[in-house]
Design a protein around this ligand. Sequence first.
Ligand code: AMP
Length: 143
Amino acid sequence: MSTAYDPGNIFAKILRGEIPAEKVYEDDDTLAFMDVMPQAEGHTLVIPKSPSRGFLDADPEVLARLIKVAQRVGRAVKTAFEADGLSVFQYNEPAGGQTVFHLHVHLVPRREGVPLKRHEGGMADKDVLARHAERIRAALRQE
Ligand code: AMP
């Protein structure tokens, strides 16, 4: 199996504006948007704009910028959904649970006693995702 970066992956298409995403944060290096198959309400993904396949091939400087944004957006996600906790996931290669081969960090707000939904379970309603994205953008504006 090739482990080269494939620019045809779905997150690269989002970065090029070829397919839509519910964006919550963007800067020169980083983009955050709603996961279309959320494992909990508010499930957000943070990706670098530079083309890394995963954690292991990424430039450490890219990782450093990514994790700073993930922390900032993670705080906003937790606030926006009045969560008790936040799960941060990052998967590499199919054996590691990765399905989209552009580096990304999952931010999943958690409530006491509520189990996660299945990874890549059902598609969320588009309008619901749009409302959730607005909640997170509002929390970011409150900082
Ligand atoms: P993984 O590669 O296993 O860490 O997860 C990829 C994640 O991307 C899954 O949680 C999917 O629900 C999510 N996903 C797949 N396609 C899209 C898309 N077009 N927009 C937003 N999220 C997506």
